[in-house]
Design a protein around this ligand. Structure first.
Ligand SMILES: *Cc1c(COP(=O)(O)O)cnc(C)c1O
Ligand SMILES: [Zn+2]
Length: 558
């Protein structure tokens, strides 16, 4: 006999009271369907309100613990009336991963990635798409228009296909072709607009109005904002119902952080956490209206008319009201803002992949480059718990980052067939690939830092790397190895880096060896003067995140 088909009994009807609320005029009404704007004052942003005291009394945190993983575990706090309308592809429930290597590079003990790449279409837009398309289904919408810088269109396309909703996606022509094709494969009508993202949005809205099709308001819709809260819920739960000190994200419209803040505010009302994290926002230097405004203390952003960045994902030139909302939240809960260039993003992409095995799209790399700056500027402290929204896989854009020189070829064709091949033949063929091996000695007591340095060098190839764990051992190894280059830390037990350098520089056989100092310490003027005549380069720890260190090593070895 056939087993009965599996029915998910959890997906029962959601009996709940949701209200719509206008923060501008106080309009308040039970939620029946999404409204385009406040019917009283015309405000664009309406909020969803839930009966949080009732949920608290029902011990909501225990209820959700028994449910299967994923975004819809949190359905009492999402704007859907009937669970039958849920359109899901298994979104949400992404892991919160402790990034030990990148963290130790930055001197951050508690750096976590919320790995949103692991969603069905590889970005946190899966959350938005699942909620927005479910709401459309509940409202009987059969056709919809969306404007997007790429990831929203991809996610909406997947979920719309599943729900049988016809989708029109308007994308600025700057969006990489691979992403456009990804949208098209789901059967979405793709409209490329030669213009900015802001113009693309206008055009999409006009098209929808003209055709009488539902236009998705993106960040201004309740579905989008509410879906973002689920990141906050998962982060807090994974940290043992605690709030991190920081939530960091690359921003375009700002929907992610605004929604995440609302999530933490609701968790406070539920008695599950005690604070909201500070918000760190990052944009590309070629289009950073929010960063400029925030760092000049302005609550209103000056729009960037012509974004100058290849990072299309973050190319909202005019953030409008969303920035004002974000500004207020960052005043209330704390915040930091930084921009990074496209080139910095590309460098960081490789470092993230090669240091901790995380391959991301440029929008996320820009965000990480911004995080590095916030740490260096002392805005984020070594013991802060930092959660980084790691969204967007490299997959569609990899080629532009790698450049031409990404693979080495070993040609064995003229040394005969593989079977008869002498071993020296293979070895000499490999040796032709890289430069002559150079001996590098690393003197560093911090095991993680030493390992990272070693890996950076070894990734580059051509270096023979030795590690000494303290100053004394370092001096011994100078005698036995005769390194071509020494990289040393300053703060070490017993014999510190200053003494090591003094000793080497006063020895006739070794005084010529170039020395690079890598240190986390801010040096005093006196210490700086002491080092100046003796060493070749001084680098703050964390600065080998950039290509600088390799550049410096190559200079020193010349
Ligand atoms: C959408 C997106 C952003 C920007 O998100 P907002 O919160 O809407 O500003 C950043 N990074 C990636 C990878 C995205 O897909
Ligand atoms: Zn109103």
């Amino acid at each position: 006999m056939l087993a009965a088909p599996y029915i998910d009994s959890e997906f029962a009807i959601i009996h709940q009271q949701i209200h719509l609320y206008c923060t501008n005029c106080g309009y308040h009404a039970p939620y029946e369907k999404p409204l385009p704007k406040c019917p009283v004052c015309g405000e664009d942003y309406l909020h969803a309100q839930y009966d949080l005291p009732a949920l608290k009394q029902k011990h909501w945190a225990e209820i959700i613990q028994k449910r299967k993983p994923g975004l819809w575990r949190f359905r009492e706090l999402l704007p859907l009336l009937n669970a039958e309308n849920i359109v899901t592809l298994g979104e949400g429930g992404t892991p919160l991963i402790h990034m030990k290597n990148l963290g130790s590079m930055l001197g951050l003990k508690y750096l976590y990635f919320k790995d949103e790449r692991q969603g069905p279409t590889n970005s946190f837009k899966d959350r938005q798409a699942s909620v927005a398309i479910s709401v459309m289904k509940e409202q009987g919408i059969r056709e919809a228009v969306v404007a997007s810088t790429g990831n929203v269109a991809i996610a909406y396309s997947a979920y719309a296909a599943r729900a049988g909703i016809k989708l029109w996606a308007f994308l600025p022509s700057r969006v990489p072709n691979d992403k456009m094709r990804e949208v098209a494969i789901y059967g979405t009508e793709v409209i490329k607009v030669t213009g900015t993202y802001d113009q693309t949005k206008e055009m999409a809205a006009k098209f929808a109005e003209h055709r009488g099709i539902f236009y998705d308001k993106g960040i201004k819709s309740i579905a989008a904002m509410e879906s973002m809260k689920t990141m906050a819920f998962e982060i807090a739960e994974d940290l043992g119902w605690r709030t991190p000190d920081w939530f960091i994200q690359g921003v375009s419209g700002g929907m992610g952080p605004i929604g995440v803040v609302k999530g933490f505010e609701e968790l406070i009302e539920l008695g599950l956490v005690d604070k909201v994290p500070a918000i760190g926002i990052v944009q590309s230097s070629g289009c950073d209206p929010m960063i400029q405004a925030f760092n000049h203390g302005q609550p209103v952003a000056v729009p960037v008319e012509n974004p100058n960045t290849v990072i299309a994902t973050l190319s909202t030139g005019n953030p409008g009201r969303a920035y004002q909302i974000l500004w207020e939240l960052m005043q209330k809960y704390g915040g930091a803002a930084a921009s990074a260039t496209d080139q910095e993003a590309f460098n960081v992409t490789k470092i993230m992949a090669q240091t901790d095995g995380v391959s991301v799209e440029p929008a996320t790399a820009v965000a990480f480059a911004g995080l590095i700056k916030m740490v260096r500027q002392g805005k984020i402290h070594p013991n802060d718990v930092v959660v980084f929204n790691c969204s967007g896989h490299t997959f569609p854009v990899e080629k532009s980052i790698l450049g031409d020189d990404w693979a080495k070829q070993v040609d064995l064709s003229d040394i005969g067939t593989a079977r008869q091949l002498p071993e020296t033949g293979i070895i000499s063929a490999l040796q032709n690939v890289g430069p002559k091996v150079k001996q590098v000695l690393i003197i560093e007591d911090n095991v993680d830092s030493a390992r990272l340095l070693r890996r950076v060098l070894e990734n580059r190839g051509g270096y023979n790397v030795h590690v000494a764990e303290d100053g004394l051992q370092g001096l011994h190894m100078v005698e036995t190895i005769h390194p071509d280059l020494i990289i040393t830390d300053l703060m070490m037990p017993q014999m510190d880096g200053f003494q090591v350098i003094d000793t080497i520089k006063s020895h006739e056989h070794y005084s010529h060896i170039p020395i690079i100092v890598v240190t986390a310490k801010e040096l005093t003027v006196k210490e700086m003067a002491r080092l100046n005549s003796q060493i070749d380069t001084i680098l703050r720890k964390g600065s080998f995140l950039s290509e600088d260190l390799l550049q410096n090593i190559m200079e020193a070895l010349k």
